[in-house]
Design a binder for this molecule. Structure first.
Ligand SMILES: [Zn+2]
Length: 95
């Protein structure tokens, strides 16, 4: 009799473990799908209203205009590249 109770207990544990595992997988899958949907929504948003990309005059990397440094004539990816470009340009003019 005790063996049957123990067996039932083991089966119950097994079923609970499986149930919990399934729930975890289900929740993860839902989150992943939600993330994918969010990404798609964001992509659609950016496609509808594309942020203008500009090119760094120093290294040629493309970046959103909002993150770029603008000196009135050229755009740069960083303040360092703006200064570097200006110093190089000045040297070119002097020569
Ligand atoms: Zn750059």
């Amino acid at each position: 009799m005790r063996a049957i109770v123990f067996l039932l207990f083991v089966v119950l544990i097994f079923l609970i473990a499986r149930f919990v595992l399934n729930r975890v997988i289900e929740i993860r899958e839902k989150q992943r799908q939600q993330d994918l949907q969010n990404q798609k929504a964001q992509q659609a948003k950016t496609n509808d209203n594309p942020e203008e990309m500009v090119r760094c005059a120093e290294c040629g990397v493309h970046l959103p205009q909002a993150e770029a440094y603008f000196d009135g004539k050229h755009t740069f990816c960083s303040e360092g590249h703006m200064q570097k470009y200006h110093s190089e340009h000045q040297n070119d003019n002097q020569e």
